[in-house]
Design a binder for this molecule. Structure first.
Ligand SMILES: Cc1ncc(COP(=O)(O)O)c(C=O)c1O
Length: 390
C-alpha cells in the first residue's frame, strides 16, 4: 500500500515528543536514576482513590454530559469563585476536559485556523507548537532566554493581524518560572488592547513556593499570580487547570477550563465529537480532590528545589524555580557540547534528563525533574556533578 500518498503533511510535520525519546532509552537501563519524569512521585490521596472506586462500584461508568458531571462542576464552581473571583454563569463558561492537554488542543482548534498565529514562549511545553501546526496555523516563538519570563515587551513586537492567542504558562514547564503580578497585568492589557485570547496554562498553580505566592485569593490565602484574577480578565482569559499533576493522577486525564462563554461553547461542541466526555468515575474521584491539602507535598518539593539549586548553582547557571517541580539549568559552555550530547553522557551513567531541544529551538539547557525521592535526587546530582565538571 502506498501509505505515503495517503498521509497528511499535517501529521508528517509533527515530530515525536523529545520526552518520549528519553522514555525509550529508559527501557534499556537496569537501574535508571530517572530525573526525566514530569509527574509527582507521591501516592494519590486515599480520599480521591476511594471516591473513584466508589463511583465504579456504584455503576457510574457510563458517559457523562460533555461539560462534566454535576458533582465535579459543583466543586469547581465555588473554587473558581473563591480563587479568581469568577462566577461561571452568564458571560463566563466552564468545561471539564480530558486532561489539560485536551483543553489546550480544543482552544487551538477553536481559535487557530489556516495561516493564523499563536504566540508561545520558548522554551515551551512540548505540545504548544504542534497544536498550531495541527490547526494549519503557525506557532510564533517568543524567545524568553535567559530568564524565561514571558513579558508584554517581548510579546508585542510578534503580534500580527493573524495572531489569535498568547499562551502564558505559569508556573512553567520546563523552567518552573512564576509570572509576577505586573507581567500578568501587562499581558492581559496587551490582549485586551489587541483583541487576543490570553490562554493561561496554570496546570502547576498549586505547586508554587512561598516567595512566588505574591497574590491573594478572595478568601485571603496566598497563591501564585494569575491574569484571571485581574480586572477585565473575563473578556479574554482562558484559564486552564488540571488535576493530574496536583494530585498525582496524570493517567486519569482530567482538567478543566473556564473563560468567555462564546469560546467555551465552541470548545464544548468540539469536545462532543473529539473526546465525548472525561472518564465519568474519575471525574467523581476528582470531585474529592477539593478536600485535599497538597501543602505537605509542596513543602517537600520546596526542600528538593533548594537542594537542586544549591548544588547546581556552584557548577552552572540555573534560574531558581518558583513553582512546578523542574529546573532548567544551562549546559556549561566550556564543555562545548549540546544538551542532547549531555543527555547521552548522563544516560551512559544511568541518569535520565531531558535535553532542552525537546522544549526549545535551542539545545543549550536541560530539564531535570525533582519530583522524586531525596535519595534518587542525590544520586542524580552526584552523577550530574561528575559529568558537568568533566
Ligand atoms: C505546562 C503543561 N501544560 C499541560 C500539560 C498536560 O497535562 P495533562 O496531563 O493534564 O494533559 C503538561 C504536562 O506535562 C504541562 O507541563
Amino acid at each position: 500500500m502506498d501509505m505515503d500518498r495517503l498521509l497528511t503533511d499535517r501529521a508528517r510535520a509533527i515530530n515525536g515528543s523529545g520526552i518520549r525519546a528519553v522514555f525509550a532509552r529508559r527501557a534499556s537501563m537496569r537501574d535508571p536514576i530517572d530525573l526525566s519524569i514530569g509527574q509527582p512521585n507521591f501516592p494519590v490521596p486515599a480520599a480521591i482513590k476511594r471516591a473513584a472506586i466508589d463511583a465504579i462500584e456504584h455503576d457510574r461508568n457510563g458517559y457523562s454530559v460533555t461539560d462534566g458531571v454535576p458533582e465535579l462542576r459543583a466543586r469547581i464552581t465555588p473554587w473558581l469563585r473563591a480563587d479568581v473571583g469568577w462566577d461561571v454563569a452568564g458571560p463566563l463558561g466552564m468545561l471539564v476536559n480530558n486532561g489539560t492537554s485536551a483543553a489546550i488542543a480544543l482552544a487551538f482548534l477553536a481559535l487557530v485556523g489556516p495561516g493564523d498565529e499563536a504566540i508561545i514562549p520558548d522554551p515551551y511545553f512540548v505540545m504548544y507548537p504542534h497544536m498550531a501546526t495541527v490547526c494549519g496555523g503557525r506557532a510564533v516563538a517568543c524567545d524568553t532566554y535567559p530568564d524565561f519570563r514571558l513579558t508584554a515587551e517581548r510579546v508585542e513586537p510578534l503580534i500580527t493581524p493573524r495572531t489569535k492567542l498568547i499562551l502564558l504558562n505559569s508556573p512553567s514547564n520546563p523552567g518552573g518560572v512564576v509570572a509576577n503580578e505586573r507581567e500578568c497585568r501587562d499581558l492581559l492589557d496587551l490582549c485586551r488592547r489587541r483583541n487576543l485570547v490570553l490562554l493561561s496554562d496554570e496546570i502547576y498553580d498549586l505547586f508554587t513556593y512561598p516567595e512566588s505566592r505574591t497574590a491573594r485569593r478572595a478568601d485571603g490565602s496566598d497563591c501564585c499570580p494569575s491574569p484571571a484574577r485581574m480586572p477585565g480578565a473575563e473578556e479574554c482569559v482562558l484559564l486552564v487547570r488540571g488535576f493530574g499533576k496536583t494530585y498525582g493522577v496524570t493517567g486519569w486525564r482530567l482538567g478543566f477550563c473556564a473563560g468567555p462563554r462564546a469560546l467555551i461553547e465552541q470548545m464544548t461542541k468540539l469536545q462532543q465529537y473529539l473526546y465525548v466526555c472525561a472518564p465519568t468515575p474519575l471525574q467523581l474521584g476528582a470531585a474529592a480532590a477539593f478536600d485535599v491539602d497538597v501543602g505537605p507535598q509542596v513543602r517537600e518539593y520546596q526542600r528538593l528545589r533548594d537542594r537542586v539549586v544549591a548544588h547546581l548553582s556552584e557548577i552552572t547557571e540555573v534560574t531558581t524555580p518558583g513553582g512546578a517541580f523542574y529546573a532548567f539549568p544551562r549546559v556549561p559552555s566550556r564543555l562545548g557540547i549540546t544538551a542532547t550530547q549531555l543527555m547521552e553522557r548522563c544516560a551512559e551513567r544511568e541518569l535520565l534528563i531531558v535535553p532542552g531541544k525537546a522544549f526549545s529551538s535551542r539545545d543549550t539547557h536541560f530539564r531535570l525533574s525533582y519530583a522524586t525521592r531525596p535519595e534518587t535526587l542525590d544520586r542524580g546530582l552526584a552523577v550530574l556533578t561528575d559529568v558537568l565538571r568533566a
